[in-house]
Design a protein around this ligand. Sequence first.
Ligand code: PGA
Length: 257
Amino acid sequence: MSRDLIIAGNWKMNTTPTTGEDLVTAIDERLSSMPPENLPQIVLCPPATHLARLASMTTRHPFQFGAQNVHWAESGAFTGELAPSMILAAGASWAIIGHSERRRYFGETDETVRKRAERALAAGLRPIVCIGETLEERQAGATFDVLRRQLKVGLEGLTLTGKGGLVIAYEPVWAIGTGVNATAGQAEEAHRFIRDRIAEMWNSEIASGTSILYGGSVTDQNASELLACPDVDGALVGGASLKVDQFAGIIAATGAK
Ligand code: PGA
């Protein structure tokens, strides 16, 4: 495949250092029965309090780790934030940026997404930039306008490299934590649109090398159908990433790609 296939687990504000370690161990054990060459890249994003501890665990599977946010400054008076170098020093190589919960509850905007993504890339962190429309926006027929704006304001001018670089997660807000996932048709339509915009903003080579993950109520039941879409290159999983059976099932579903 010309793109990275990625299953990322966004643990959100769940787990303690101890239960987080148990979860990594349990996932590791489940993966040992799957042929390693068939596995996608697996990125775990626990709370920052135990990122370093989990990233230093000895596991059979080479898990990658990510933070749930990243700031644009290297240090300073930014209470509650994490600098890219801190995340790297904790043993993580990824950062989720612009998750809809950050946008909704903590005032994240396309402008701050851009600043975070730019610094993350410059520091050598791989950003997972989340975009997606609300239910009202979809019902108003504004889905593609919203995605276009989020991509333009959030990413324009950044140095993208395609494979191995920045990743986009299409996460329709109405699908997050609701149990109502986008259909395969809705996901493919949005992913295709996003890839076409990347081709327009950069070029077709970068567009075809950029992984676009789907997020929003992904489970082991719907993962195969969603992952079968040609422009769906993996998943950003919330609730189901905390359940070993579910998460392992979603990972196994990438075998169909
Ligand atoms: P969910 O969350 O899988 O629980 O819907 C996805 C996300 O917020 O990234």
